[in-house]
Ligand binder design. Structure first.
Ligand code: UT7
Length: 320
């Protein structure tokens, strides 16, 4: 029997500390006008120094469990996407498992930067549809504020912290209808955080660095192509998509993907204005926002997509 995976519930969490563009312009040579007009961002939420990625992830996971009506002892898989893990190891997924009072089943991280949730969702979908797991927590969580150079106005104004989660369970009909992942390591120079720890010393620059225009151009093309591929390969038509739930990096990239899919902006979930780019958390945060705000309704078709450092990117057609 073919098994399918379906999203049973969503949850998310943003740290309390909300920082506006005007707040940033007090210590940085920037302005609300520059940030908003170039990106669509108005504010972002920042974790404290003590708040780790797992702290955010646990709350998002608890909220997703609550919404889905699934209990902790039913979960038999955690796939967590992050590129800001609490520590080098163990995985943040194992830390989250322990904090949720669970143990004994597979829990691991995937690292695909801003495409992380797409990679985690596709991985969990493969586990569930093959029968390897029955109910999974799929989490995207990042604390990019911890890897920002807060004197670099070209990067630090763009990112925020947060976590989003879904509970994925078995279903008789497709929930994850079709998905596709891609990567191209030749473009790693456009967006990276090249530091590492060797013999107890940090080697290389441990801050995010980016060629903004290079990322922009790559993202616009790659997202249009992969979303179109997912649609064509699934046999669906543009007009069957109810909502685009995109990675939230720049509203102009989002507008370009929407246009390519023939969707007007009132069919797009946008959270970027209040959250900035939360990397692996951005797609599940947008999904949860769409659901909780009553925009996304059961039975509707969603196109999820994300892209980030690697380069890595992906898209999924989902029946919610
Ligand atoms: O998840 C994927 C992650 N990243 C992205 O998707 C980012 C994609 N790229 C972008 O969103 C845009 O390229 C940015 C928003 C990052 C930058 O916008 P841009 O229109 O490409 O600006 P730019 O980098 O060409 O910079 C234009 C000017 C420069 O000054 P000069 O050289 O023209 O005098 C920058 O120094 O804007 C200056 N600038 C700023 N000014 C005020 C850069 N950052 C700021 C700032 N405030 N925060």
């Amino acid at each position: 029997m073919t098994r399918y995976a379906k999203i049973l519930g969503t949850g998310s969490y943003l740290p309390e500390n909300r920082v506006t563009n005007d707040d940033l312009s007090k210590t940085l040579d920037t302005s609300d006008e520059w940030i908003y007009s170039r990106t669509g961002i108005k504010a972002r939420h920042l974790a404290s120094v003590e708040q780790n990625t797992s702290d955010l992830a646990v709350i998002a996971a608890q909220r997703a469990l609550e919404t889905s009506g699934v209990t902790c002892d039913e979960i038999d898989l955690i796939v967590l996407a992050t590129s800001t893990p609490d520590v080098i190891f163990p995985s943040t997924a194992c830390i989250v498992q322990e904090k949720l009072g669970m143990n004994g089943f597979a829990a691991f991280d995937v690292q695909a930067v801003c495409a992380g949730f797409m990679y985690a969702l596709v991985t969990a979908n493969a586990y569930i549809s093959s029968g390897l797991a029955k109910k999974a927590l799929v989490i995207g969580a990042d604390t990019f504020s911890h890897i920002m150079d807060w004197t670099d106005r070209s990067t630090c104004v763009l990112f925020g912290d947060g976590a989003g989660a879904v509970v994925l369970g078995q279903s008789d009909e497709p929930g994850i209808i079709h998905a596709k992942l891609a990567a191209d390591g030749r473009y790693q120079h456009l967006l990276n955080t090249p530091g590492q720890v060797v013999h107890g010393e940090v080697v290389g620059r441990p801050f995010l660095q980016m060629n903004g225009q290079g990322v922009f151009k790559f993202a616009v093309k790659a997202l249009a192509k992969i979303a179109e591929d997912v649609l064509n390969e699934s046999g669906f038509k543009q007009e069957q998509i109810d909502w685009l739930v995109p990675h939230q990096a720049n509203v102009r990239i989002i507008e370009s993907t929407a246009k390519h899919l023939g969707l007007s902006m009132d069919k797009v979930i946008v959270t970027l204005d209040e959250q900035g780019n939360t990397s692996a958390a951005s797609v599940p945060l947008a999904l949860d926002f769409g659901v909780k705000s009553g925009q996304i309704k059961p039975g509707q078709h969603l196109m999820l997509e994300g892209i980030g450092g690697g380069f890595a990117w992906g898209a999924a057609l989902v029946k919610y």
